[in-house]
Design a protein around this ligand. Structure first.
Ligand code: GLY
Length: 343
């Protein structure tokens, strides 16, 4: 494993040092075997009204909503918000929205972020009762001078902004579990019997809808919304609402989004790392592999966690890579298995 990581790091250095050469020679995705691996579906890019790229199987739900927006002439920002909202209402994996698995004290606490290629960003962390945290993140971006609001202050801002906040979630402060969906409450009560904190790879840390969209006018946006890890400590916030960790977009380079064990991504600012790699000449695929290699270097034994990363550049090229197998992603209306470090 160490040898493989060193090889990738060396490849990264080589690509970075040849940035000028790559650009000047019109280096295309076809010259990169790794990018070709994830470029399925892009031959028709010029005929499309835009691109949607999202994490996990529920990425299909997000993309369908986003495609509807883009086909109607909407912006990438609208597409991302719409896609994330769709999964906030319907996430069979119980990892996004109010019907999710709770923290260890029985509270569903939600994180979300949104960002545009122009560098506008908004995020919320540790909010309860908010039906659409992604719209709250957008409200922070558009209606406040801030980037990140958390906890009770963010919930107050949601109410002031006219967003739906479930009152029962505010009323059950002392009673964990009171606001859980029946399925989430059942699983949480089973978990309480042993109270072992070992999130199951690709299941309990199979979290987050993260989404990138590129519209026909060449604008890119990213969003992420999640309940975070199941049975996390009360108060824990993951990578999703941290700009540069869970999501990052920078025009005219591209964007990157992450899913998985947030702590590992926070330690490396994974999405920012991938976008900066693209800035220095890597393709989106190489950037994802470079960032995942760094995440493994910094966090140790990759058998213990999952991180999935997606990247998109302004040419419409896509990258996808994960620590472990099992990371699926949706490109438009097609579902793919991402290549991974461990097989
Ligand atoms: N990746 C989402 C989280 O760890 O909360």
């Amino acid at each position: 494993m160490a040898v493989e990581i060193s090889r990738r790091t060396a490849l990264g250095a080589l690509v970075v040092s040849s940035l000028t050469a790559c650009r000047n020679t019109g280096w295309s995705e076809d010259s990169s075997p790794t990018t070709a691996r994830a470029s399925t579906g892009f031959s028709s890019l010029n005929n499309m009204k835009g691109i949607t790229l999202s994490t996990w199987n529920h990425g299909l739900t997000a993309n369908r909503a986003g495609i509807g927006v883009l086909n109607g002439g909407g912006t990438a920002l609208d597409a991302v918000e719409s896609g994330c909202r769709a999964v906030e209402l319907d996430c069979p994996d119980m990892t996004v929205g109010l019907a999710s698995r709770p923290d260890r004290d029985g509270f569903v606490t939600l994180d979300a972020a949104i960002m545009t290629g122009e560098g506008r960003a908004g995020a919320v962390g540790f909010v309860r009762g908010v039906v659409h945290p992604i719209s709250l993140a957008r409200a922070v971006m558009e209606r406040t001078p801030h980037v990140l609001l958390v906890g009770a202050g963010a919930e107050q801002f949601a109410r002031e902004s006219g967003l739906e906040v479930r009152p029962e979630c505010q009323a059950c402060d002392a009673i964990g579990g009171a606001c859980l969906s029946p399925a989430a409450e059942r699983e949480w009560r089973d978990w309480l019997l042993e109270r072992q904190y070992r999130p199951r790879i690709n299941i309990e840390n199979h979290d987050t809808i993260s989404m990138l969209a590129l519209d026909k006018n060449g604008r890119m946006a990213a969003g992420s919304t999640t309940s975070g890890l199941a049975y996390k400590m009360h108060g824990r916030v993951g990578d999703s609402p941290i700009i540069g960790a869970g999501i990052f977009v920078d025009a005219p380079i591209g964007g990157a989004i992450c899913t998985g064990l947030g702590e590992t991504v926070l330690r490396t600012l994974g999405a920012h790392l991938a976008v900066e790699a693209m800035r220095h000449g890597m393709t989106p695929q190489e950037a994802c592999e470079h960032a995942i290699a760094r995440i493994i270097e910094k966090n140790g034994n990759p058998a213990e966690y999952q991180v999935g990363m997606l990247a998109l550049d302004f040419h419409g090229r896509v990258g996808a890579f994960a620590v472990q197998k099992g990371f699926t992603y949706a490109l438009g209306e097609s579902l793919h298995d991402a290549p991974s470090e461990l097989r």
